[in-house]
Ligand binder design. Sequence first.
Ligand code: ADP
Ligand code: ASP
Ligand code: MG
Length: 468
Amino acid sequence: MVVMKFGGSSVGDGTRIRNVAGIAGRFAEGEGTPAVVVSAMQGVTDALIRAAEAASRRDNGTLHRTIAELYARHEEAAAEVAPPEEREALLAEVHSLIRDFENLCAAVGVLGELTPRGLDAVASFGERLSARLLAAALRQEGYAARALEASDFIVTDAHHGAASPLWDHTRDRTRGAVLPLLAEGTIPVITGFIGATPEGVITTLGRGGSDFSASIVAASLDADEIWIWTDVDGVMTADPRIVPEARTLPELSYAEAAELSYFGARVIHPKTVLPAVERGIPIRIKNTFNPDGPSTLITSSPREGRSTVKAITAIKSLSLITVEGRGMIGVPGIAAKVFSAVAREGISVLMISQSSSEQNICFAIRGEETARALEALNTAFAPELAARNVDRIWAEDGVAIVAAVGKGMRRTPGIAAKLFGALGKAGINVISIAQGSSEHNISLVVSEGQVEDAVRAIHREFDLGREG
Ligand code: ADP
Ligand code: ASP
Ligand code: MG
């Protein structure tokens, strides 16, 4: 049994939803009924959040404009995908959901604030709408299909905005909700991205989290494969929007896929890999706009390609924090103190580097967390700052990490030199460097304005666009 996930751009309008229904339907005829997981129509999650934020500021202009757009897009798609006899009912359902959303925005307006819990309720509407549209499109093509709300069976903790599944409950309930449909040949169309706490409060798994939903469902059902359908030909040697000559990587290991997604390859959400590894479920990444074209297969034992560096990724909007001071030399526990101070704030560190002189420690975090990190560090190091053992704690904003990823980099000499050479030739200054202890990646910090040039320069230097 296969779990298929379709991303936002693949269901971006009525025509695309019908295309996806064709893909899932033909698969059902040929290979057996898949369980389908679907994202919100492209841009809808952003629009929902924008509307609710406008409501919290009482910016009624933006609120009403955004809601009108939500009605228009979903009405248009519904009219296009629904079987004629279902058209009225589907439109009524779309209207009723968007009306619920309007009421929620009204409540946000009264309170004048949007809590993390409220934000998850807000963001859930996109998938709740798209799942109904795709199920209708499948019925229009003649396949039995039913929309399911994952909040009925993906049970999570209450970490709003980045919830984690509670596996025991999730497994039993997912099996209970989905297996009977599969057994009777009805295609379940499950909302991606969302779950609910044991008390039934809606949660979300994190932006881009529908991939994770697919792997949660697949692990719960002991699926044979997970197919992530997106808008590019699988995982490529770089983001094809940055590097036009990027090429599809036919096979990757779970570790490489995890590393790539962690360092910015949005094509697969970082949390997707773990449930699949644990149950040994292969993941395929395919293009809905080119279904018979190249694709990527992710397993524990990929066939090895020729290159040491497989792909170049980038993460933008970061900030590099530096703690420096001559008095830090040889003093044990400074690093521990730095990282426990940021960890207490719930800030995650993407990369760390310490100079061998021990005069400074620097690390990268998301830009929006800079102020909180500085405050926490200044508090934690108040005695050291007063005693001048730590001279300065400061942030450099507007930086990006560029990472070169690939298992073959392990024990291959000269990779770092080649990376620096490529950037030097392109006139790009490297602010900091770190190598992951797995030796599966080397990460460089560069200024955000130069990140795309850096990715292109490294891609060219390692000749990743060449067939091989
Ligand atoms: P979906 O809506 O299907 O979830 P996403 O937009 O989340 O799709 O992810 C697909 C996008 O990921 C592609 O359009 C591409 O621009 C981007 N991307 C970034 N890095 C890579 C990479 N190494 N290979 C393929 N796509 C990548
Ligand atoms: N719709 C959600 C988002 O935009 C989840 C996803 O697309 O995977 O983040
Ligand atoms: Mg995605």
